[in-house]
Design a protein. Structure first.
Length: 86
């Protein structure tokens, strides 16, 4: 499993999504993405998670407890088996 934490945005989202999709193509890995702060690109975070068959979540502000909750949630999701061909 791959975990991506980002607080920004990029100008080449499509290339990033293609890279993630290719890396996860074998079905043995998934990508989970956590967006941090008000300026994070929702398109980027959700696109990475979708391309990597994982989940996306966001934490806005500096709330350490909210970050802790989201990180634990992502870890729990990663421990669950993925459903394919449903």
């Amino acid at each position: 499993q791959v975990f991506v934490l980002t607080d920004g945005q990029v100008s080449n989202e499509t290339q990033v999504f293609d890279l993630v999709r290719g890396a996860c193509a074998g079905g043995m890995s998934r990508t989970f993405c956590l967006g941090l702060g008000a300026g994070v690109s929702h398109l980027l975070v959700e696109g990475i998670a979708r391309a990597g068959r994982g989940t996306a979540s966001f934490v806005v502000g500096g709330d350490a407890e909210a970050l802790h909750v989201q990180v634990l949630s992502q870890l729990k999701n990663a421990l669950q088996p993925s459903l394919d061909n449903v």
